[in-house]
Design a protein around this ligand. Structure first.
Ligand code: FES
Ligand SMILES: [Fe+2]
Length: 362
C-alpha cells in the first residue's frame, strides 16, 4: 500500500513558510470575498483582510463591482473596517480617518481634505525628511483583479497577465453547479469563526470525510458516511455522500483551491466558506449563507445551527492537531510528519503538492 507523506510540522508554525503561503499561494489565486447580494447598490462594499492583505470590493456608479486595497494612501488606515456596508456617496469612497476621498471606479484620489495650500515649509527645518510636491496622481488606491461567478465575488492580487480568467479556473465547479441559481440567492446570515490552527490543518480537515463518524456524530446521522467520496478535478475537490431523508444537508460539498468551500443544503441554499489564513497558527472562517427567496427562517436557523455544531467539532480537533505541531520535540519524541491515505485524503495530498510547488520546494 502506498501512502504519501504530509508536510513536516515546521511548515505549520514557521513565519517564513506562512509568508510564502501569503505571497506564492494567496497572492496568486482567485479568492472569494463576498456575494453580489451584499452589494446591491453603488457605494455598497465588502471589506475583508485576505491572507492578511486588506481588500475592499465596492460597487461603482456604473454598477460594476471592483476591488481595491483597503488601506488609505494617506497613512494606511482601512477606509472601512472589515464587514459589509455603504459609502454614503456611491461615486466616492471616503476614508474613515481623515476623509480622503477616492473614486469608486478608478481608485483615484479626489479630494485630500486638509492637504490644500499650506504655510510654506522650509526643508532645512526637516533635514531628515523628504519634502516633495504633493502629486495626487501618485496616491490612487491600487486596484485588484475582481470577477464574479454566480454572484460570488472573487479577487486576485496578482497584477500580472498570467492569471487564468476566473471562469476558466472554476469551470469544473461551474459544470457541476449549473442547477443551483446562486446568483439569485441572497445572504441570510454571515458568521465568522477563529480557529487556532494553521490554514493547512483546516484545509486538510475539510478535504476528507474519514473523520465524520468519529468527530461529527450528528452529521454522520444525516448522511451515509460509509459512502462518502472525494473526487479531485483540480482545482476543485467534489465531496459527496447520499443524504438520509429529511435532513438539512444535501450530501454535496465542493472545495476550490486554495480557500473556498461550497456547502449545499437541502432546499435552495448554499454556504460559501472562505478559509482565511491570519497567522501561522490562526485561521478565520468566513461563512456566507445564501438562500432562495422565501426560504423559511426556521429552515435557515436549523441549517446554521447544524453548521455551527460541525464547525465547533472541527475547531476542537484542528486545534488539537496544531497543538501537537507546536509542541517541543523533547528528546526526539515529538511528532514530526504524518502520512495521507490515497483512499481518503487525495484532496489534502493535492493541496500539499500545490503548496510545495508554489513554494518551489517540491
Ligand atoms: S489615513 Fe485615510 S485620510 Fe488619513
Ligand atoms: Fe469536519
Amino acid at each position: 500500500m502506498l501512502v504519501a507523506e504530509t508536510l513536516p510540522v515546521e511548515m505549520y508554525t514557521s513565519p517564513m513558510v506562512f509568508a510564502g503561503l501569503q505571497h506564492a499561494v494567496f497572492g496568486k489565486s482567485w479568492l472569494p470575498i463576498g456575494h453580489a447580494s451584499q452589494m446591491p447598490k453603488p457605494g455598497n462594499y465588502v471589506a475583508m483582510n485576505m491572507a492578511g492583505f486588506p481588500v475592499l470590493a465596492v460597487r461603482g456608479k456604473d454598477n460594476i463591482i471592483r476591488a481595491f486595497r483597503n488601506a488609505c494612501s494617506h497613512l494606511g488606515a482601512p477606509l472601512r473596517d472589515e464587514g459589509a456596508g455603504t459609502f454614503s456617496d456611491g461615486a466616492r469612497m471616503a476614508c474613515q480617518y481623515h476623509r480622503w476621498e477616492f473614486d469608486s471606479q478608478t481608485g483615484k484620489l479626489g479630494s485630500a481634505t486638509g492637504f490644500g495650500s499650506s504655510e510654506p515649509v522650509d526643508p532645512e527645518d526637516y533635514p531628515c525628511l523628504t519634502i516633495k510636491k504633493f502629486d495626487r496622481l501618485q496616491f490612487a488606491l491600487p486596484q485588484l483583479k475582481c470577477e464574479t461567478w454566480r454572484g460570488v465575488v472573487f479577487v486576485n492580487m496578482d497584477p500580472s497577465d498570467n492569471v487564468v480568467p476566473l471562469m476558466d479556473y472554476i469551470a469544473p465547479l461551474e459544470a457541476r453547479m449549473k442547477h443551483i441559481p446562486m446568483d439569485q440567492y441572497t445572504v441570510r446570515k454571515t458568521a465568522s469563526h477563529d480557529i487556532d490552527c494553521n490554514a493547512l490543518v483546516y484545509l486538510a480537515n475539510y478535504g476528507e470525510g474519514a473523520h465524520i463518524p468519529s468527530i461529527h456524530p450528528e452529521l454522520a446521522e444525516m448522511i451515509v458516511a460509509e459512502e462518502y467520496k472525494v473526487e479531485v478535478v483540480h482545482p476543485i475537490a467534489f465531496h459527496t455522500a447520499p443524504p438520509r431523508p429529511n435532513q438539512p444537508v444535501n450530501g454535496v460539498w465542493a472545495y476550490m483551491y486554495p480557500n473556498m468551500g461550497v456547502n449545499e443544503y437541502a432546499g435552495d441554499g448554499v454556504m460559501i466558506e472562505i478559509m482565511n489564513p491570519v497567522t501561522p497558527t490562526k485561521t478565520r472562517l468566513n461563512y456566507i449563507y445564501l438562500f432562495a427567496e422565501g426560504t423559511p427562517q426556521a429552515m435557515v436557523d436549523e441549517i446554521v445551527a447544524a453548521s455551527y455544531n460541525t464547525t465547533m467539532q472541527d475547531k476542537r480537533i484542528c486545534e488539537g492537531v496544531q497543538a501537537t505541531y507546536n509542541a517541543p520535540n523533547i528528546n526526539g519524541l515529538g511528532f514530526r510528519q504524518g502520512v495521507s491515505s490515497p483512499r481518503h485524503e487525495r484532496s489534502p495530498m493535492r493541496i500539499y503538492n500545490e503548496v510545495l510547488q508554489a513554494l518551489r520546494w517540491g
